[in-house]
Design a protein around this ligand. Structure first.
Ligand code: UDP
Ligand code: MG
Length: 138
């Protein structure tokens, strides 16, 4: 069993797409073992996306991530890192495959509805960023 961090971003929450996103995960056989709604400060958003700090989109995406509440979740399934990335689709919705969350709902490359960890190491770090061990006993 593998775990990953998923986030429904401020655009997804604000547009009322949380149920749609969670429904797709559940239909794919993914279990949700922890979930919380939070609003990030700019410092927290910059820390979360620190790997991107040299990228031209860093300031904009970190501001976007603070623009409203987000829903953070720990997902569990076999191969869930890839399973979740497959459900999400490519970062840029124009390049995402039909039937993916980003193709179906994202408005642009920044406001793309969901985040998902991209590998086992990032998943471990990102899960710890949002959840304590106590919050993940479900
Ligand atoms: N992003 C952006 N412009 C870009 C690339 C990324 O605004 O050219 C934003 C977008 O919200 C993306 C996030 O920064 O989801 C993190 O980028 P990453 O390359 O890690 O994409 P992801 O892993 O989310 O598909
Ligand atoms: Mg990424």
């Amino acid at each position: 069993m593998e775990r990953t961090l998923s986030i429904i971003k401020p655009d997804g929450v604000g547009r009322g797409l949380a149920g749609e996103v969670i429904g797709r995960m559940e239909k794919a056989g993914i279990r949700i073992c922890a979930m919380k709604m939070v609003r990030l400060t700019i410092e927290q958003a910059r820390m979360f996306y620190a790997v991107h700090r040299e990228r031209p989109f860093f300031d904009s995406v970190t501001r976007f991530m603070t623009s409203g509440p987000i829903i953070a979740m720990v997902l569990e399934a076999e191969n869930v890192i890839k399973k979740n990335r497959d459900l999400m689709g490519a970062t840029n919705p124009e390049q995402a495959l039909p039937g993916t969350i980003r193709k179906d709902f994202a408005s642009d490359v920044e406001k793309n509805i969901v985040h998902g960890s991209d590998g086992p190491e990032t998943a471990a770090v990102e899960i710890k960023f949002f959840f304590s061990d106590l919050e993940m006993q479900q």
